[in-house]
Design a protein around this ligand. Sequence first.
Ligand code: SAM
Length: 288
Amino acid sequence: MNLLQLEKYFHQRLKANYPDSEIENFFFWTLEEILGIQRIDFVLQKNNAVDYQNIDRIKKVIQRLRNEEPIQYIFGSTEFYGLLFNVSTDTLIPRPETEELVEWIIETVKQDEYLSSLSELRILDIGTGTGCIAITLTKLIPSANTTAVDISKNALTVAESNSALNEVNVHFVISNVLELSSLENEFDIIVSNPPYVRNSEKIEIKNNVLKYEPDTALFVEDDDPLLFYRKIGKLSLDSLTNNGYLFFEINQYLGEETVDLLSKLGYQHIELRKDLFGNDRMIKCRLS
Ligand SMILES: C[S@@+](CC[C@H](N)C(=O)[O-])C[C@H]1O[C@@H](n2cnc3c(N)ncnc32)[C@H](O)[C@@H]1O
């Protein structure tokens, strides 16, 4: 089988499961991972034969994709904000919406005269997962001194591998934020993308997420969906500096409720922002 025939075979085996554009992305991702061939070189190499061993490996990838396994878990990595991150089924796969949150934080720091003048900007990321938020901020903000917390030991192992991969130092801490009575240190930026999907919203969630991504990273009980926001909001009252900012990624259906909760806790200058899909997705606020 040559590369062109392989492409046809790949599409034919997956067309019942995915739209064409997605299959095309999967095909080129697989080609690069398994054969080391980049998309731009495909045309030149399309008549080259693929050996049996590699065809076998690619068939196994196709089978896993047919089982709705995310390609990021199959190859164990993904890109976030132009950086490479390891992922495993112990970590959420970083989302484009979260890249927008990171962008907002970087923009805020740049535009804030006081924060950008600090020689050390203390950042706390709660529920770090792969470490995508903490590591990207540390990579892009030279003054960042970053601490990142997660309840999952396995997720923290992945996050540690990612800080080495991206050559930054982040202080990782294993902790259940819901059981903390204080945050111990002061921080200029506190950020969290906590679990926020209500169990009742599971019907809207695709199988590839439901079957493979960790429940602890995603879901909260219907009767108290904002528990992480309330807890982190309260903890931050004593730990966020007066010139600092608290950032959250939020459930698109609970924008107004989350703003209301933060306002009742005493936060000021609360801004609710939509993501690139037009959904309420992130909040920025301050103590004064
Ligand atoms: C939505 S994921 C976010 C992961 C990553 N920050 C991102 O944006 O892709 C939520 C993370 O919070 C962690 N988490 C869940 N419950 C927690 C708790 N009680 N204390 C600390 N972390 C928790 C999960 O393990 C998961 O990594």
